[in-house]
Design a protein around this ligand. Structure first.
Ligand SMILES: [Zn+2]
Length: 148
């Protein structure tokens, strides 16, 4: 009976289009913990080009963007100060994971964002939910691949 159920399950899965299977099994493995100390942050910041992006076109679609190729972090100059700080943490986390050989683009975006808010709260002592709520009232949530 168990074998029959497995066979039926396998048949059902094979009948589902590949794109849907990806959706069904959309399990992103949890990122390993990495250090993110003041020393890590200073090391990363000392080598990265940080650009306050003034472009309305940029800010309409993004809050932050990290280019590994040019070693540049761009953040929207017009976002609220607290949010720019959180975005910077977020982008630095991408670089920090990159240092240990983990590409955190695409499906890892949610985990990076969650970690960034947790770190923000640790550093600034503000409940993350409160800040996220404030931000969501300011601007609609926007996402893009490889970008916050
Ligand atoms: Zn990101």
């Amino acid at each position: 009976m168990k074998k029959l159920l497995l066979a039926l399950l396998a048949a059902a899965l094979l009948a589902v289009p590949a794109s849907s299977q990806i959706f069904i099994f959309h399990e992103v493995p949890p990122l390993p913990e990495v250090s993110f100390t003041a020393a890590d942050i200073i090391r990363l910041m000392s080598s990265v080009n940080l650009k306050q992006q003034e472009s309305p076109a940029f800010c309409e679609s993004l809050h932050g963007l990290t280019s590994y190729h040019t070693n540049t972090i761009e953040i929207c100059a017009h976002d609220a100060a607290f949010f720019k700080q959180e975005v910077l943490i977020h982008e630095l986390l991408h670089l920090r994971y990159g240092e240990v050989g983990i590409n955190t683009g695409g499906p890892y975006e949610d985990q990076i964002e969650e970690k960034a808010w947790a770190i923000y709260q640790q550093l600034f002592g503000v409940p993350a939910a409160q800040q996220q709520q404030a931000q969501s009232q300011e601007t609609p949530q926007q996402t893009a691949p490889e970008a916050k």
